[in-house]
Design a protein around this ligand. Structure first.
Ligand code: PEP
Ligand code: MN
Length: 346
């Protein structure tokens, strides 16, 4: 349920509402909009309905929220959430470009890629140190050594680093080295891991599960928000369909749908979405045209020799070209105002 306060409602009127709800053992989440304040209520609907809320001064109306996700919903939080990472923001303004290899393979490799990303205007560096591979015999990542190389790359270039945390036990180590914790598609429903990253304050890049509906994905975001971390960035990375010419089907529907349902920023990973370098740039352009707040792209100095995901990795000069093309698309659009959805509870 949400309680919509009237425009210009007084702080003591808001306090009265909050006290009444909390007195009934309900949890309250306050969101200050441009014009109105919204009080999101978590707890049994019947208990809210028993209260004479609509007769209180300052209250405009009480509404049901039909979605099972609350903290992630637009209804609870009408304005866009903007996540700050270093000097960059994700969720407003220029789309953010995150690029790097699928896996950190060596110090030289990650430093070369990092300097290139920086030079062509990318904003953050990605690189996996712990890899969720389909086969136990495939390269599993360099582990902490890889994280150290990433941290060195950040020191040399100033680019914040994004890397996947695969298990709760590894979280303290990851927190020492990375700026954004990536939750991989295979772990989207690893609830203990979601709760653990939710207890930190680090930005979390939550990838959509391989076969997850948007509602399941938002429920996973809900776990992180509910544990206390508001810095969640969603990432569409393709879902499994009957199509076999591409590794996954990049579901760009998710961009406007998520922006309608949720205030959280959403970026797109065209690399895993298509699985073939040939198709990455067109889908990167399309993602930006659809209104994504950014991209995460796999690149490699020599994709043929990559230890993971070489077939979908752009060569460095292809990435440079992609950046130019994406800029032209975002320039043509101007700043896409996803907040047109604000104030339209779904
Ligand atoms: C990755 O980013 O390299 C990765 C493993 O992605 P996903 O979890 O989306 O498959
Ligand atoms: Mn990969």
């Amino acid at each position: 349920m949400i309680v919509v306060m009237k425009e210009g409602a007084l702080p003591e009127q808001l306090d009265q509402v909050v006290r009444l709800l909390q007195g009934k053992g309900l949890r309250v989440h306050i969101s200050e909009g441009v014009e109105k304040t919204i009080v999101g209520v978590i707890g049994p609907k019947e208990r809210v309905l028993e209260l004479p809320l609509e007769s209180l001064p300052g209250v405009e109306k009480v509404m049901k929220v039909s979605n099972p996700f609350k903290l992630a919903s637009r209804a609870f939080h009408p304005l866009d959430t903007v996540v700050q990472v270093g000097n960059h923001v994700i969720g407003s303004g220029e789309p953010v470009i995150i690029a790097g290899p699928c896996s950190v393979e060596s110090r030289e490799q990650i430093l070369e890629v990092a300097h290139f990303v920086k030079r062509v205007g990318g904003h953050m560096l990605r690189g996996g140190a712990f890899k969720p591979r389909s086969s136990p015999y495939s390269f599993q990542g360099l582990g902490e050594t890889g994280l150290k190389y990433l941290a060195e790359a950040r020191e040399q270039t100033g680019l914040p680093v994004v890397s996947e945390v695969m298990e709760t036990e590894a979280l303290p180590m990851m927190l020492e080295y990375v700026d954004v914790l990536q939750i991989g598609a295979r772990n989207m429903q690893n609830y203990p891991l979601l709760k653990a990253v939710g207890r930190t304050n680090k930005p979390v890049l939550l990838k959509r599960g391989l076969s997850a509906t948007m509602e399941e994905w938002l429920m996973s975001a809900e776990y992180i928000l509910d544990a206390g971390n508001p810095n969640v960035i969603l990432c569409e990375r393709g879902i499994r369909t009957f199509e076999t010419y591409t590794r996954n089907t990049l579901d760009l529907n998710a961009v406007p749908v998520i922006q309608h349902l949720s205030h959280l920023p959403i970026i797109v990973d065209p690399s895993h979405g298509v699985g073939n370098a040939r198709y990455v740039t067109p889908m990167a352009r399309a993602a930006i045209a659809a209104g994504a707040h950014g991209l995460i792209v796999e690149i490699h100095p020599n994709p043929a020799e990559a230890l993971s995901d070489g077939q979908q990795s752009l060569r460095l000069e292809e990435f440079e070209q992609m950046v130019h093309e994406v800029r032209r698309v975002s320039g043509a659009l101007g700043a896409v105002e996803s907040s047109v959805y604000a104030g339209q509870p779904s």
